[in-house]
Design a protein around this ligand. Structure first.
Ligand code: ZN
Length: 177
């Protein structure tokens, strides 16, 4: 259980389950290698049960961080996974409209992003839901990150346009609780 202070002053916590401050963000390659390792891997194993999956852990755990979402200002933080982990990156919603062609977008790394609530709802509905069928349910939006990791584009597949852009911002000291 942990808490984190947002730069806007709001407090974020992962105490409740699901927590609206918890999101999952990972490179798509990580998901692809998990599915390669075991096409039937369940969502719950993928998210939490690493202890029983020692081989899998070696294969695709290295890229593992906590991600926090502020419901007040919509910032996203990447942090160390241990309790009280430091912020490693902060992303702020960009209000300036952005132009990027679909072609350029497709050259960027794709991210898989989902909320703690989406994960929790899925497992409650179907405890043994596979990772692949869960991913198939997340079709509305696609997420891409620039190579230098300073910009994240959220693409609305249905309406075929970028709906949100996040930009990394400088990490501040002394804003934790
Ligand atoms: Zn905030």
């Amino acid at each position: 259980m942990a808490k984190m202070g947002c730069y806007c002053g709001a407090a974020m916590s992962n105490v409740s389950c699901p927590s609206e401050n918890v999101i999952y963000v990972m490179k798509k390659e990580r998901v692809v290698s998990a599915l390669k390792y075991n096409p039937q891997i369940t969502l719950i194993d993928f998210i939490t049960n690493w202890d029983v999956l020692t081989n899998a852990k070696k294969l695709f755990i290295p890229e593992d961080y906590d991600f926090w979402y502020c419901t007040e200002c919509k910032r996203v933080y990447k942090s160390d996974t241990h309790i009280g982990g430091n912020k490693l990156a902060a992303y702020k919603l960009d209000t300036e409209p952005i132009q990027i062609s679909k072609k350029n977008l497709s050259t960027l790394s794709e991210l898989i992003v989902f909320t703690d609530k989406e994960e929790d709802d899925a497992i409650e509905k179907e405890p043994q839901m596979t990772l692949s069928s869960f991913l198939a349910s997340l079709t509305d939006r696609q997420y891409y990150i620039s190579d230098n990791e300073d910009t994240v584009y959220v693409y609305d597949r249905k309406n075929d346009h970028i709906v949100l852009v996040y930009r990394s911002e400088k990490l501040l000291d002394c804003v934790s609780q």
